[in-house]
Design a binder for this molecule. Sequence first.
Ligand SMILES: Nc1ncnc2c1ncn2[C@@H]1O[C@H](COP(=O)(O)OP(=O)(O)OP(=O)(O)O)[C@@H](O)[C@H]1O
Ligand SMILES: CC(C)(CO)[C@@H](O)C(=O)NCCC(=O)O
Ligand SMILES: [K+]
Length: 248
Amino acid sequence: MILELDCGNSFIKWRVISPGGRERICAGIVDSDDGLFEALAGSGVKVQRCRLVSVRSDAETEQLVTRLKASLGVEVVCAQSSSQVGGVRNGYHDYQRLGLDRWLALLGGYHLGQRACLVVDLGTAVTADFVSADGEHLGGFICPGLPLMRDQLSTHTRRIRYDREVALAALQELEPGRSTAEAVERGCLLMLRGFVAEQLAQARSRFPGGFEVFLTGGDAELVRDAVPEAQVVPDLVFVGLAIACPLS
Ligand SMILES: Nc1ncnc2c1ncn2[C@@H]1O[C@H](COP(=O)(O)OP(=O)(O)OP(=O)(O)O)[C@@H](O)[C@H]1O
Ligand SMILES: CC(C)(CO)[C@@H](O)C(=O)NCCC(=O)O
Ligand SMILES: [K+]
């Protein structure tokens, strides 16, 4: 079995796939390293190999890798920055600065789409990246994701306060809010949808020959009806991880 990890700023997404990579055995989302080891122990699967991508600090990533090696007794392969992989060329001036989750998601998108693509990842941060039909990464955009937008509002104002359950209910529709929770939750979601719509408009003018749109990340579902033509691929980073870190 192969254990795959996507270590983001807020959560670790994990999954276990069959040795050939065709079958997904189990998967989950945890909010800490401890949570990961608990979930793995609970799943009862025997892991033989492990690969991961992390956008955490080098120290945090090394700590997790050390613990994985010790507790599972396996080698751990970490995705690394690269200027070129799988027919895609990194578009950053300094390719090492491009977030590895973005790099893998766009490798995955280009691999699945086989033509120009727009990849939008909606997590703690929201990112959009453009890849041309011939595999040139044209760069992208980063903005705060929904969790950061709402936290900033409540941190920097005195009267914006409401609890999490009210927030979830507020997103059932997008009429102008009649409570603080509705006004903030819907306002932030409209900002996200506006961002995604703008990326789509940019892709249309950049790629007149057509393109694929991929949505991924924990909040992808919240914007999907703003982009009916998009494919929602929750595991897109893992598609790219398999390309960047093939296990022989
Ligand atoms: N089961 C879940 N557990 C946690 N968050 C979830 C879950 N399902 C959906 N989400 C949403 O996913 C968002 C987090 O997205 P995601 O897990 O893609 O990124 P992240 O790890 O926080 O950050 P990064 O962008 O650095 O990967 C949260 O805002 C939350 O609303
Ligand atoms: C933007 C995030 C936080 C998204 O997870 C990550 O890709 C990252 O830390 N990137 C580094 C900065 C950059 O991509 O330019
Ligand atoms: K991510």
